[in-house]
Design a protein around this ligand. Structure first.
Ligand SMILES: Cc1cc2nc3c(=O)[nH]c(=O)nc-3n(C[C@H](O)[C@H](O)[C@H](O)COP(=O)(O)OP(=O)(O)OC[C@H]3O[C@@H](n4cnc5c(N)ncnc54)[C@H](O)[C@@H]3O)c2cc1C
Length: 317
C-alpha cells in the first residue's frame, strides 16, 4: 500500500512526460494538479509519430532501462483498444556499414531478417515487435484516466520555478523544450522534426532505418493514416514546413516500403523535440520547496515516458 504524500504536487507540462508523471504520482496516493501553457492537441507530444524506439536521446545506460520499463506498460495499454496503443511487427533495415543493435535483438521474439524480407540496398535487418502509440488518441486517454481519479488540469504559464513553487512545495518540471526558460537551463535545445501523413493504403507493418549520420527514416501505419519520417535538425527552431525535406522523406521511405509510393499526402507536421546532452531526471532543492526535473527526452519522450515517470515517483516519496 502506497504511503500518502504529505502535500499535493504540481506537475508543470501536459505532454506525454507530464501526464505519465502525474498518473504515477496519483497511483502512489498523491493529490496532483497539472498546469501547462499548452494542452493536447497543442503539445510537441501530439506531433510524435509515435514509435517505441530510443532515438536521439542520451545517455544510453539510463535511457535503455527506462525504455524497457515503458515497453511493459505499453504492452498492457495495448490490451485496451481505446488507448491508441497497438503492438505491431515490423522491421529495422540496416544500411551497409550500419550496426545491428544488440538490445534490439534481445527483445522477446526479435530475430535477424530473412533475405526475402530485406529491401534492395539494405544488407541486414531485424524483425521485431514494438508499440505504436497514436498520441492523438493516447494523450486524451491518459487525461481521462487522470481526471477520473480526481486530477485537475489547468492552463498556466510560469515564468520561473519560483512561480510554480508558490503553488505547491513539490513541483514536477515536465516542461520539455520550455524547461530552457522555466529551469533556466541553457543546455536545452530544439531538435526540429518534420513528418508527413499519407493515406494508409497497403502498408500494414512498420519499417525503420537509422542512417550512419544519426538520422532516421520510418514508415508507421496508424488507424487513420500512415506517418512518413523523419528529419533531424539539431538546434533548428523553425516550425516552417520545408518542401525539400518532404520530397526527401518520400524518396527515403519508398526505399523502405514501396507501398507508400504515390500515396495521397494528407498533411505535414513539424515539431521541436526537447533536446539536451542528457535527460534531466533529478531532484533540485530550492528554498521554497522541491523540484523534480523530468525533461530533455529528445526524440524518445513517448518511448521513455513510463520508465521516467516511475523514477519521478521513487524520487518524490
Ligand atoms: C516529428 C517528431 C516525431 C517524433 N517521433 C517520436 C517517436 O516516434 N517516438 C518517441 O518516443 N518520441 C518521438 N518524438 C519525440 C517526442 O515527441 C518528445 O520527446 C516528447 O513529446 C517530449 O514530451 P514532453 O512532455 O517532454 O514535451 P511536450 O509535449 O512539449 O510538453 C511540454 C509541456 O510543458 C508545457 N510548458 C512548457 N513551458 C511551460 C511553462 N513555462 N509554463 C507552463 N507550461 C509549460 C507545454 O505547454 C507542454 O504542455 C517525436 C518528436 C517529433 C517532433
Amino acid at each position: 500500500m502506497a504511503r500518502p504524500a504529505p502535500f499535493p504536487a504540481l506537475v508543470v507540462g501536459c505532454g506525454v512526460i507530464g501526464l505519465t508523471s502525474a498518473l504515477e504520482l496519483q497511483a502512489a496516493g498523491v493529490e496532483v494538479t497539472i498546469a501547462a501553457r499548452e494542452l493536447p492537441p497543442a503539445t510537441v507530444s501530439n506531433v510524435a509519430a509515435a514509435f517505441w524506439y530510443p532515438y536521439a536521446v542520451l545517455p544510453p545506460e539510463r535511457c535503455l532501462p527506462w525504455a524497457m520499463e515503458s515497453l511493459g506498460v505499453f504492452r498492457e495499454h495495448a490490451l485496451d483498444p481505446a488507448s491508441g496503443v497497438v503492438l505491431c511487427r515490423g522491421i529495422e533495415l540496416v544500411p551497409p556499414g550500419g550496426r545491428q543493435p544488440a538490445w534490439l535483438l534481445s527483445l522477446p521474439g526479435a530475430r535477424p531478417a530473412r533475405p526475402e524480407e530485406l529491401r534492395p540496398g539494405f544488407p541486414a535487418g531485424i524483425v521485431f515487435e514494438a508499440p505504436l502509440v497514436e498520441t492523438s488518441l493516447y494523450l486524451p486517454w491518459l487525461m481521462a484516466r487522470f481526471r477520473a481519479r480526481g486530477g485537475r488540469i489547468e492552463t498556466a504559464d510560469f515564468a520561473g520555478l519560483e512561480q510554480a513553487l508558490a503553488r505547491s512545495p513539490l513541483v514536477i518540471d515536465c516542461a520539455g523544450l520550455g524547461a530552457r526558460e522555466l529551469a533556466r537551463d541553457p543546455s536545452v535545445f530544439p531538435i526540429r522534426g518534420q513528418i508527413l501523413r499519407v493515406a494508409r493504403g497497403a502498408q500494414g507493418t512498420f519499417a525503420v532505418s537509422h542512417g550512419l549520420d544519426g538520422g532516421a527514416t520510418y514508415v508507421i501505419p496508424r488507424s487513420q493514416d500512415c506517418v512518413l519520417g523523419g528529419t533531424r535538425g539539431d538546434g533548428v527552431d523553425s516550425l516552417a514546413p520545408d518542401p525539400e525535406e518532404s520530397a526527401d522523406i518520400l524518396r527515403r521511405t519508398a526505399e523502405l516500403a514501396p507501398a507508400v509510393l504515390g500515396a495521397e499526402v494528407l498533411g505535414l507536421l513539424v515539431g521541436l523535440r526537447p533536446g539536451r546532452p542528457s535527460v534531466r531526471l533529478e531532484v533540485e532543492r530550492l528554498p521554497a520547496g522541491r523540484v523534480i526535473h523530468n525533461y530533455g527526452h529528445g526524440g524518445a519522450g513517448v518511448t521513455l515516458s513510463w520508465g521516467c515517470a516511475r523514477e519521478v515517483r521513487r524520487l518524490a516519496l
